[in-house]
Write a protein that binds this ligand. Structure first.
Ligand code: FPP
Length: 256
């Protein structure tokens, strides 16, 4: 296994945090206990990514489909989110982390939106890692939202049809100004993307681990990063081109 080097870490790490429920079930605990333990992992991984110098960390915390879960679980997850965001502001300030949310915020309860606005405003001046929580997020919904917005702007003459290209489309997504993820980790053994960042993951390296999110820790993160560092990112080019040219870093749209 490669040794972890600080130079070639992903600039943008995205994570599908899965397996809280199974972690709890295996221990004959209620699902919410798994989510509570999952929050502790969030704290740990956010801190470690910031320490390692990761520039962008995007966590899938609540999907558009998660609203269909039993009401009690949705309520408990919302309460956890509110508590987490509120309690993390001080730590984000200490670690120079900027807070951000993507997703359909119109679906979120008013009190959560208030806490989110507060965290975004308080951390807006920080210059370190951008921590993005995907909340009430679905990638298809995001793409449709972008398409609709582009149609509105084209109809009103704000943009011309000829302006519509991949770069412009990206600017209409929730992730505008955030580079595409270099690396995606999904925990708990499921090998799916589950409607997460479908556009943005086009050239992302994918990593799946059997470890459930509550058991994911710094060592597991280091293991995942070592795996990432052993990969060659070609962005559609040949291996020879990448090794000679050495330009296969970052955002694919910039190579067009
Ligand atoms: C998957 O576990 C996880 C979620 C649905 C949400 C992730 C939420 C947290 C880690 C806690 C709150 C987050 C923050 C940022 C404070 P699952 O319930 O789908 O697990 P299962 O597939 O084993 O049932």
């Amino acid at each position: 296994m490669h040794k972890l080097t600080k130079e070639n870490l992903p600039r943008h790490l995205a994570v599908i945090m899965d397996g809280n429920g199974r972690w709890a079930k295996q221990r004959m605990l209620r699902r919410i206990v798994g989510h509570q333990k999952g929050v502790e992992t969030v704290r740990l991984i956010v801190e470690e990514c910031s320490r390692l110098g990761i520039s962008y960390l995007t966590l899938f915390a609540f999907s558009a489909e998660n609203w269909l879960r039993p009401k009690t679980e949705v309520k408990a997850l919302m309460a956890l989110l509110k508590k987490y965001i509120r309690s993390e502001i001080a730590r984000m300030m200490h670690n120079n982390i900027r807070f951000n949310v993507i997703g359909d915020r119109g679906e979120l309860p008013v009190d959560i939106n208030r806490v989110i606005d507060d965290a975004i405003a308080q951390t807006a001046g920080n210059s370190g890692m951008l921590l993005t929580l995907a909340l009430s997020y679905g990638a298809r919904q995001e793409i449709v939202h972008a398409a609709r917005q582009i149609a509105i702007d084209a109809a009103s003459g704000k943009i011309a049809i000829d302006d519509i290209n991949e770069g412009l489309f990206s600017d209409y997504l929730y992730t505008t100004r955030i580079p595409e993820p270099d690396f995606l980790i999904r925990t708990s053994g499921e090998m799916r993307i589950s409607n997460f960042l479908l556009w943005q993951l086009a050239y992302t390296e994918l990593y799946f681990t059997d470890v459930n999110w509550p058991d994911f820790d710094k060592n597991e993160l280091a293991k995942a990063f070592r795996d990432y560092q052993s990969r060659e990112r070609r962005f559609g080019k040949t291996s020879d081109q990448v090794q000679v040219g050495g330009t296969a870093v970052g955002d694919i749209t910039r190579h067009r």
